[in-house]
Design a protein around this ligand. Sequence first.
Ligand code: FES
Ligand SMILES: [Fe+2]
Length: 375
Amino acid sequence: MLINMWYVVGSSAELAPGTSKPLRMIGHDFVLFRDSDGKGHCLSDICVHRGGSLCRGGVVNDTVQCPYHGWRFTGEGQCVEIPSLGPDASIPKRARVDSYPVAEKYGWIWVFAGDLPESERPPLPDHDFFPEYGSNEYRITRGSYLFNVNWMRAIDNILDPAHPFHVHSDFGHFEDQRLKRFEVEQHGTATLSKHQFKSMPKRGEWREGMADERPDTLNQIQFNMTGMIFRNDIHPSPGMHHMVFSAYLPVEEDKVLNTWIHARNFFTDEKYDADTIRRNYAVLQEDAVVLNHVAPLKSPRNFTNELFIESDIHIAAFRKKVRALEEKGWALDLKASDQDDLARAIPSPKRTDDPKNWVLEPASVRHFKKQQAAE
Ligand code: FES
Ligand SMILES: [Fe+2]
């Protein structure tokens, strides 16, 4: 799992002003809270006093309060009250917890899990990545789904245009699974591949809107490491356009949370929402049936340990990106972190400016040697 990444951690609507909630991300605990001005905050969950879990306390005067001895921390992670010392006591310098940048976009909360200063953080995706968001022509539904699978395996799966015919009952033509040759284009920090395949026979509620003589289905897959977001555009019939816009949050090595938005420009009446949501969950469930049993748990670092063919080239592009980030020293080493039984925090930007006077050790990272491009 990688640090120094933006991750989508949940829905903005589910964090009311004056409330907090737990967040588990990249194998660490955090607390999310919203202050009375509506601004969202994310702190390391472990109280530096004696390890209380901040998300189990409450929000008091725009601070989170530890449930153990009542220390209070601001959205910047600064302790402002130690009840047992009384109101006039000076607060020790080390009485602070890591605080992480928070942004909100597409109705989602985004957290930057790392210590890069603002100038070095990648920007959130721009308008071009999801211009349909907020448009009257598109009807939106939302949901989330927890896969018990490694995050790289889940992302490999969404970049794989060959599996849907085989795995999903509602996608492509089982009798003719050929894919036209495609390339992976680089668009800023995103990669894009376009696919064309024989349309499935008409069925389900959506068949009413489809032309009798349908050309091939056009499908476009776009992926951005910022937020681990993915956009899958589908044009099942002329004039019909729908897409799944989803984000992947690595929770643990073997758990990844998919948060999705579906947008469609047909059957935009609310009464069709339930069928759309049902279809999305059916697809995710079908993926899980296969993914839960893929071995090994993590995608291999070397391409030679699997047999890649043409349809896997978008996956190869993704794995190369991950490797480049690992080589920057951004891959967590949870085994090393576990060795000394210490509580650790993902380092936050404040540690870069002010590296001393932190109670918790930073999470360990792995140091990979640069690999030759053998493939
Ligand atoms: S452990 Fe948090 S206040 Fe004591
Ligand atoms: Fe799938």
